[in-house]
Design a protein around this ligand. Structure first.
Ligand SMILES: [Mg+2]
Length: 373
C-alpha cells in the first residue's frame, strides 16, 4: 500500500477487498417469508491512494431482494473492477454507474457504495452523517423485533427486551392470523405502556389483515403501524387496509426504487415508506426519502440482518437527512456477537451518534478475501 502518492491520486481507489462473514443470530429469525439462524453477509474494504480506507457491508436477503451471498459476491467482485482507479469524490456518479451495471444487485451495490462513502468521509475528516446535512444529530430510539415463534418464546423475548428499556415491539406476523392475535394479546397483558408494529412481510390477505387489526383493537392493543401486510404488488390492498382500519401503513417490500415510491404515492397506498439501503443502495435511498417527504409521506428506516456497518450507514442517513419518525435499526442486537469495533453505540433502545470521521468503525483484516486492484 502506497502512502506517498501524489495529491492527484490520493483519493483514488487502489484496491477493494470483499470477504464473507457469518454472524450467528441469538434466536432464530423467522418471518412470514423465510427464516435464518446465521446472517451470511459480505464485508468490503476500499483503500485509497493515500492509504485511507473505508468499509461497507452487503446483507443479501433472498426473499426480499432476490440476492443470495453467492450471487452477491459475484456481482460485487465484478462491480469492484469498475471502481478501481476512480476518485471517491465522484461517489454520486459512481453510485449511478453501479446501478446501471447491476440494477438487480442492490445489496452488492450498497456494500460498495458504503465503503466508497466511508472512505470519502474519512478523507475529508467528516463524520458520515455530515455528508447528508447534520439535520438531526441526537440519540434516537429503535424498536425491537420479535420473530414469529411460540407464545411462550414470544413472551420470554418480550419480557427480556422490556427489561432492557424497549417499548416499541415490532412483531413479525403473517403466517397464522389467530396465533398472531394471541401472541400480541399475551404481550399486551404482560407488559404495560408498549406499542406494536405488525410486520406481515406480505403474508396476509386483505381479509386476514383486517381481522388481525380488529382482534388487536378488541383487547386494547396499541397498534402504531402495519408494515407490508400484503403482497408487494397489491398496492390497492395496502390502500384499502389504510382506509378500512385507520392504522397507518408502511410500504416496505413494495418500494425497491424511486419509481416504486412514486407509484405508492400516486395510489395513496401508504402513510410511511420503509427506507432500507439494502433494497436500493445508499444514494437511491436518499432520493426516495427526499421524494417521500416532499409528497407528504412519513419515513421509517430499517434493514435486513445487518451488523453495525450497514446499520451505521442507515443511522447516518437518519442523523444527516432528518425526517425519520420510526427507527427499526435493531438487528445488531439480535446477533450473539458484534464483529465491528468503534462507531455508534447502543444503550438499551437508544442509538448514540458518533463524531469521528466516516463511520468510525474497524474490522479485523481477513486473509481469505477477494482482492480487486
Ligand atoms: Mg418489513
Amino acid at each position: 500500500m502506497s502512502t506517498t502518492s501524489s495529491p492527484l491520486t490520493a483519493d483514488v481507489i487502489q484496491r477493494l477487498e470483499i470477504w464473507p462473514v457469518d454472524i450467528p443470530i441469538t434466536d432464530p429469525f423467522v418471518v412470514a417469508t423465510g427464516s435464518r439462524e446465521t446472517a451470511q453477509n459480505l464485508f468490503m474494504r476500499v483503500t485509497l491512494g493515500d492509504g485511507t480506507q473505508g468499509i461497507g457491508e452487503a446483507a443479501p436477503f433472498p426473499e426480499v431482494g432476490d440476492e443470495d451471498r453467492i450471487s452477491c459476491l459475484a456481482a460485487a467482485t465484478e462491480l469492484a473492477r469498475t471502481l478501481v482507479g476512480q476518485s471517491v469524490a465522484d461517489y454520486a456518479v459512481l453510485a449511478d454507474r453501479l446501478t446501471e451495471q447491476a440494477p438487480f444487485h442492490p445489496a452488492a451495490r450498497c456494500g460498495l457504495e458504503t465503503a466508497v462513502l466511508d472512505a470519502y468521509c474519512r478523507s475529508q475528516a467528516i463524520p458520515f452523517w455530515r455528508l447528508w446535512g447534520s439535520a438531526d444529530v441526537r440519540a434516537r430510539e429503535t424498536d425491537i423485533t420479535i420473530p414469529i415463534c411460540s407464545l411462550g418464546k414470544t413472551l420470554e423475548l418480550s419480557r427480556s427486551w422490556y427489561a432492557k428499556g424497549f417499548r416499541l415491539f415490532k412483531m413479525k406476523i403473517g403466517t397464522d392470523v389467530e396465533q398472531d392475535i394471541l401472541r400480541l394479546h399475551a404481550v399486551h397483558d404482560a407488559l404495560p405502556d408498549i406499542g406494536f408494529i405488525g410486520d406481515g412481510n406480505q403474508g396476509f390477505s386483505r381479509e386476514d389483515c383486517i381481522h388481525f387489526v380488529s382482534g388487536v383493537k378488541q383487547f386494547g392493543g396499541r397498534l402504531v403501524l402495519l408494515e407490508q401486510p400484503v403482497l408487494r404488488e397489491d398496492l390497492e390492498g395496502l390502500q384499502a387496509i389504510r382506509h378500512l382500519t385507520g392504522i397507518p401503513v408502511a410500504a416496505d417490500e413494495s418500494v425497491r426504487s424511486l419509481e416504486d415510491a412514486r407509484r405508492v404515492v400516486r395510489l395513496q397506498a401508504a402513510d410511511y415508506i420503509n427506507i432500507k439501503i439494502m433494497k436500493t443502495g445508499v444514494l437511491e435511498a436518499r432520493r426516495i426519502a427526499a421524494f417521500a417527504l416532499s409528497a407528504g409521506l412519513r419515513l421509517m428506516i430499517g434493514g435486513m440482518l445487518e451488523t453495525r456497518i450497514a446499520m451505521g450507514c442507515s443511522f447516518g442517513l437518519v442523523l444527516g437527512l432528518g425526517g425519520f419518525d420510526v427507527l427499526d435499526l435493531d438487528t445488531p442486537l439480535l446477533f450473539s456477537t458484534d464483529p465491528v469495533l468503534g462507531g455508534y453505540r447502543y444503550d438499551g433502545p437508544l442509538l448514540h451518534p458518533w463524531h469521528q470521521p466516516g463511520l468510525d468503525m474497524q474490522v479485523p483484516c481477513q486473509t481469505d478475501c477477494m482482492i480487486v486492484q
